[in-house]
Design a protein around this ligand. Structure first.
Ligand code: NAP
Length: 256
């Protein structure tokens, strides 16, 4: 709907499936005006309904200014759990403007029987531990941190990302350009075809990319799991789109 002084204006910081689902739900409700913001990293992003804007705001102050000039009433940080800077900026902008902020974070993954997971605190630690676990690695941590593994000349890497990675990259590398969701059958075939013996992943959570963990368990393959950065202190969290919708309903003056 068009800008309406009576409507709540929700700014969704996006880039995730949950952000898109939230925008879809709000776009169908006339009580809300929804704008989704994307960083602009992906060449052809899947755009949600409602309004969209693309590109950085210029830190917490830039985001606060945008919130003020566009009449934003609610801020939902639905960025990826590893988009640490943007979550920090959101907390800063909320403090500057007084606009209520919710962090929408799907729950992380937990190991089950038969899983052989090692948790690490970042990509550097993953790169340190990797040679001790395998020599043919399936790296699913995204193209941005690939330089962290560039010095591992003895490891062969299969890297899956939406857009091609830029150098520096590991010398023994095959790139698979693809976007989830991925099925268990696809992952089984991939592991077997490339003789993968170790998997590296962020603790992204969600179902779209979880089948790789099942495929690793079935094949008895160890997994290096990068722990999430913490949500900024004092920021309220929701674990699902339904919980985020509840929060919006509860805090909006416009819904009964
Ligand atoms: P980041 O390091 O936390 O953010 C870096 C800068 O990018 C921010 O300071 C901000 O610039 C801009 N930015 C990030 N998200 C934005 C958004 N939704 N709208 C407008 N500007 C945004 O972020 P990142 O890890 O590079 O992730 C970038 C985007 O990709 C995020 O939207 C995230 O949801 C998505 N994503 C990230 C991952 C991951 O593993 N990190 C995985 C899948 C999807 P300004 O300071 O100029 O505002």
């Amino acid at each position: 709907m068009s800008a309406d002084v009576a409507a709540a204006h929700v700014l969704v910081l996006g880039g995730t499936t949950e952000a898109r689902r939230l925008a879809e739900a709000l776009a169908g409700d006339p009580s809300y005006r929804v704008t989704t913001s994307l960083a602009g990293r992906v060449t052809s992003p899947v755009l949600p309904p409602g309004e969209t804007r693309i590109g950085g705001f210029g830190g917490p102050e830039g985001l606060a200014a945008w919130i003020g000039s566009h009449g934003v009433t609610h801020l939902v940080d639905a960025t990826h759990p590893f988009a640490e800077r943007m979550s920090f900026n959101a907390a800063g902008a909320a403090a500057l403007t007084g606009v209520p902020l919710l962090a929408l974070r799907r729950p992380g993954w937990t190991p089950g029987p038969g899983d052989d997971w090692t948790f690490v605190d970042g990509l550097e630690e993953a790169a340190d531990r990797l040679p001790g676990l395998g020599s043919r690695a399936f790296l699913t941590t995204g193209r941005m941190g690939l330089h962290t593994f560039a010095h591992l000349t003895d490891t062969w890497f299969l890297v899956r990302s939406v857009d091609p990675p830029a150098p520096p990259v590991p010398p023994r590398l095959e790139v698979l350009l693809d976007r989830g969701p991925f099925t268990l059958d696809d992952e089984r075939v991939l592991f077997a075809r490339h003789r993968i013996d170790v998997l590296v992943t962020k603790d992204s959570g969600g179902s779209a990319t979880a089948p790789k963990l099942t495929a690793a368990r079935e094949a008895g393959i160890p997994v290096l799991v990068v722990r999430r950065p913490p949500v900024p202190e004092g920021v309220q969290e929701a674990g699902s789109v339904a919980a985020a919708l509840n929060w919006l309903g509860a805090s909006s003056q416009l819904r009964g």
